[in-house]
Design a protein around this ligand. Structure first.
Ligand code: PLP
Length: 467
């Protein structure tokens, strides 16, 4: 045993190796020394615990191994990825990709100083929302607007500002949970409002709201049940009907429209996505929505509506905790500008491009990629198959679009093995595993990524280590 220990090189010996000298230059001295120490300690432990003598790798092998490991560890946890899941607004993959104009604007605004809270003409202090308020009002028909960190924050600050300490009436059919920790009853409690449930899971009528209103009522809240559908024997109350009830009793109506469609998405085959301007036209006092869902912009929560309510929200001390930075404002403003011309928006906003691409194009690209990689090394014959892409991001699972996927087999390997190798590739590729087949859905892959995708699949070809 003692002999074996003597065969383990010292930290200094390893640091002299060319591989690790290079790592010191790339990363830094401390990180590499710590890495080497950890490796040696682990190895000593292994030797001690092993029932029989184990072979000590040569110092050169050890240095290689440590350098590989350090390189992997040094990769940022936040990496760019190719989305082959077919889920367009994948929350785990950061929802909507930004349009080029937004990226350019973020670069321009964030690389120096910017007029975040100063009116450049008068030199007076201004509100940071001014950067986007005019555009939001123009696109939604609302009087005023404000932007916070996300729609969860928008819901919280709106409820707190408009109905804090009071009752808020919600239909039992709309008490939703949207993944993660977003549950409407909990958000309601955090904002200091009392939830007053009305109706039943499948049916709520106008009279249910009417009968529940009393002097402690602060608001009527409508929530778009984005991610589920109640079918069969149902009844819901429209925004317009809720506004009628609210007006009669002097109670404001808050409409959480969720995805924030600025245009009608039914032309892309997506039904039931409420359009923000319709909610305002129907009389909602405020409407809330996300910036990174159907708008295709940065993560944020947008509140539009009557000026008196927006002013109350701006005056709420929570505003300071929820406000957005200049990068978000820059990206949102550039994205919103694209909507002034919907034809060019389809070209410029990646989300709209993905939705409007004919599936015949996807099939053609899939076939081309399949032909390029099929039979390379261990990669088997790929197959192009019809698939269904999904909107995702807390939308209805039934909101599907026709698509095409490439099924990629690798000789003697499981679908999960392929999935893991491609996630580790650069850039990482996230696909879908279905019935032990690994698939890449083309609806969410940009044409500009096709070459990288081929490159990533090519790395699978040379994988020869034992299964
Ligand atoms: C997505 C969604 C939310 C949460 O929005 P975030 O921007 O993720 O905070 C809230 N309400 C509805 C109806 C939604 O669809």
């Amino acid at each position: 045993m003692a002999n074996i220990f003597r065969n383990i090189p010292s930290v200094n010996q390893l640091l002299e190796s060319p591989q690790l000298k290079k790592m010191v230059e790339q990363v830094n001295h401390k990180v590499v020394v710590d890495g080497v120490r950890t490796f040696i300690d682990d190895l000593k432990e292994k030797v001690q615990e092993a029932a029989e003598d184990i072979e000590i790798p040569t110092p050169a092998d050890m240095a290689d191994h440590i350098a590989d490991w350090l390189t992997r560890e040094d990769q940022p946890a936040l990496r760019s990825a190719i989305n082959g899941t077919g889920i367009i607004l994948h929350t785990g993959l950061g929802r909507a990709p930004l349009c080029k104009a937004a990226i350019d604007e973020v670069a321009a605004i964030s690389s120096g100083y910017a007029s975040v809270e100063i009116d450049m003409h008068s030199g007076q202090r201004s509100q940071r929302v001014n950067a986007v308020q005019r555009l939001l009002c123009e696109l939604t028909g609302a009087e005023a607007a404000v932007v916070v960190n996300n729609n969860a924050a928008a819901t919280m600050i709106t409820l707190a500002s408009m109905a804090g300490g009071k009752e808020v009436i919600v239909s039992r059919g709309q008490l939703i949970e949207i993944g993660g920790s977003y549950r409407l009853p909990d958000v309601m409690e955090c904002s200091g409002c009392k939830l007053k449930e009305v109706g039943t899971t499948n049916k709520t009528r106008k009279s249910d709201y009417e009968n529940a209103i009393h002097e402690e009522t602060g608001a009527l809240l409508k929530v778009h049940p984005s991610n589920f559908e109640i079918v069969g024997f149902t009844a819901t109350v429209s925004t317009r009907e809720m506004v009628e009830v609210g007006r009669k009793h002097g109670v404001p109506v808050i409409d959480d429209v969720g995805s924030g469609a600025l245009i009608d998405f039914s032309k892309y085959g997506l039904d039931d996505e409420p359009v923000v301007s319709q909610s305002i036209a129907d009389g909602a006092d405020v409407a809330l929505f996300s910036g990174d869902k159907l708008i295709g912009g940065p993560q944020c929560g947008i509140i539009v509506g009557k000026k008196m309510y927006i002013d109350a929200i701006l005056a709420n001390p929570l505003m300071r905790a929820m406000r957005v930075g200049k990068m978000t404002l820059a990206a949102l403003s550039a994205t919103l500008k694209q909507y002034r011309n919907i034809d060019t928006a389809e070209q410029s906003i990646p989300l709209l491009t993905m939705l409007s691409t004919p599936s015949a194009n996807l099939k053609m690209r899939a076939e081309k990629i399949s032909a390029q990689v099929s039979g390379l090394g261990n990669v088997g014959q790929c197959e192009v198959i019809e698939s269904r892409a999904m909107l995702g991001g807390g939308s209805l699972p039934t909101q599907e679009l026709p698509s095409f996927a490439i099924a990629v087999p690798v000789e003697g390997r499981s679908a999960n093995w392929i999935a893991q190798k491609l996630r580790d590739a650069e850039p990482g590729v996230i696909g879908r595993v279905h019935k032990d087949r690994f698939m890449i859905d083309m609806r969410t892959v940009f044409p500009s990524q096709d070459a990288s995708l081929v490159g990533a699949i090519e790395t699978l070809a040379g994988e020869t280590d034992a299964a």
